[in-house]
Design a protein around this ligand. Structure first.
Ligand code: HAM
Length: 421
């Protein structure tokens, strides 16, 4: 009887899947490096408290947590931001700011597996720590935009929806909303982009808002662009910061990828100023990316005010969008040389030539077990080898091997010593 011992929501990365992932990782890495970010990583396991205190209720519900053999309450990392805050607080006195770090951790969340959502995923994290200027917010948005463009996507495929938490909280507190209502209100606002206006209306009614408050929420939700924001009668520091970010996005020539969106407030507790999410334009799916400013998080660890901003971009939704757009190159295994030997007398030379070529950066294979030459040739084609080297007693006696180009069929006699020069 066949027994399936795989775990729900976990992923088996077969070579063709890993090949696609590796391409994404390569682009992520090269883009972050091109902006001067340094790669780092943290542990896979952290204390449960780190998330209980730092991430907020939503993430804690989704934790894979356990008690270890020493009775410690631990969790598999669902995200990297609390780890960054914990790590930076240990060294923040010694390193010059801003700290620009990126990482591609494997994260685990106990969510209901569905399209775009799994229990295990990779998440590209790009963060700037120790910089409060709006230009840092724009820089991380720019890394995200460039990464997606370098994977082949354009402004027709995705949009960065931007808002500012201080703008939203400042606006609602000026209207006299108390803290209890604000929490529930954020949930309704966050949901407004995913449901129809009637659902939003009835959710607002259930909150028991005064008429004037209800009107104010509607007015807020009707803001559609940075232009609307400019003429919106409210003035607060969050709005100013937001408008500054939009003008910097224009200067950085990435404004066509970006839009103001009042429904973006972000579910994680630690966000303070700028917040953003990136969505595919075509289908309603989970966000490709989410991030923003978290100016208070590091203070909780270090006692010192250290502003920070960054984002997390998952591989799952992104992988689906790339596949949908036909932007996934076909997987083909290929090598440079396949060495065919006529008898095992040539095994010794096979190994030596293979080693020498591999040390020069060539990809080389040969059959482990001696099988007929014809079958070895068939295997060479199957693994898409560019060339085949044929080693037999006759060739060796003349100090040469037959080198065959499998694409053209052209054969040449190559001196054996040339493989060792
Ligand atoms: P987040 O919005 O929870 O933010 O996640 C960011 C991205 O990770 C999401 O947009 C999504 O692409 C991906 N993601 C999250 N959960 C799953 C899942 N279950 N399956 C597949 N993909 C998923 C954060 O995690 C913040 N720590 C990001 C950040 C970094 N903020 C500042 N720096």
């Amino acid at each position: 009887m066949k027994v399936d011992l795989s775990v729900r929501g976990m992923r088996d990365y077969f070579p063709e899947i890993y090949y696609r992932l590796n391409r994404i990782f390569r682009v992520w890495r090269e883009t972050a490096l091109s902006y001067g970010f340094e790669e780092f990583d943290g542990p896979v396991i952290e204390t449960l408290d780190l998330y209980r205190i730092k991430s907020g209720e939503e993430i804690v519900k989704q934790l894979y947590n356990f008690t270890d053999k020493g009775g410690r309450e631990l969790a598999l990392r669902p995200e990297l931001t609390p780890t960054i805050a914990r790590m930076v607080s240990r060294i923040q006195n010694e390193v010059p700011k801003p700290i620009k770090w990126f990482s591609i951790p494997r994260c685990m969340r106990y969510e209901k597996p569905q399209k775009g959502r799994l229990r295990e995923f990779f998440q590209y994290n790009v963060d700037i720590i120790g910089e409060d200027e709006g230009i840092a917010d724009v820089e991380v948005i720019s890394v995200a935009v460039d990464s997606l463009c370098r994977l082949g996507l354009s402004e027709k495929d995705f949009v960065v929806r931007i808002n500012n938490r201080n703008f939203v909280s400042g606006y609602f507190s000026s209207l006299g909303f108390d803290k209890r209502i604000t929490g529930a209100l954020y949930k309704i606002i966050d949901n407004a982009a995913k449901v129809n206006s009637e659902t939003t209306s009835s959710a607002l009614e259930e909150l028991g808002l005064y008429r004037a408050q209800n009107e104010a929420v509607r007015k807020y939700l009707s803001l559609k662009s940075a232009g609307d924001l400019k003429t919106f009668e409210v003035t607060n520091s969050g709005k100013e910061a937001l408008l500054n970010v939009f003008s910097l996005l224009e200067a950085a020539e990435i404004n066509e990828f970006c839009a103001f969106d009042p429904t973006v407030v972000r579910g994680l507790d630690y966000y303070t100023g700028t917040v953003f999410e990136i969505f595919g334009r075509s289908e309603k799916m989970r966000a490709i990316c989410g991030g923003g400013r978290y100016n208070n998080l590091l203070k909780e660890f270090s006692g010192v005010d250290i502003p920070a901003c960054g984002f997390g971009m998952g591989d799952v939704v992104l992988g689906e969008i790339l596949a949908e757009k036909g932007l996934v190159p076909p997987y083909e295994k290929s090598i440079d040389y396949f060495i065919v030997r006529v008898t095992d007398n040539e095994l010794d030379l096979t190994l030596k030539i293979a080693r020498s070529l591999r040390n020069r950066g060539r990809r080389v294979e040969y059959n482990y077990k001696l099988i007929p030459v014809k079958k070895q040739m068939a295997r060479a084609s199957r693994v898409r080898s560019a060339k085949v080297l044929i080693l037999g007693a006759d060739e060796i006696s003349t100090g040469t091997v037959v080198e065959k180009d499998l694409a053209t069929g052209v054969e040449a006699e190559t001196p054996i010593k040339s493989f060792f020069e």
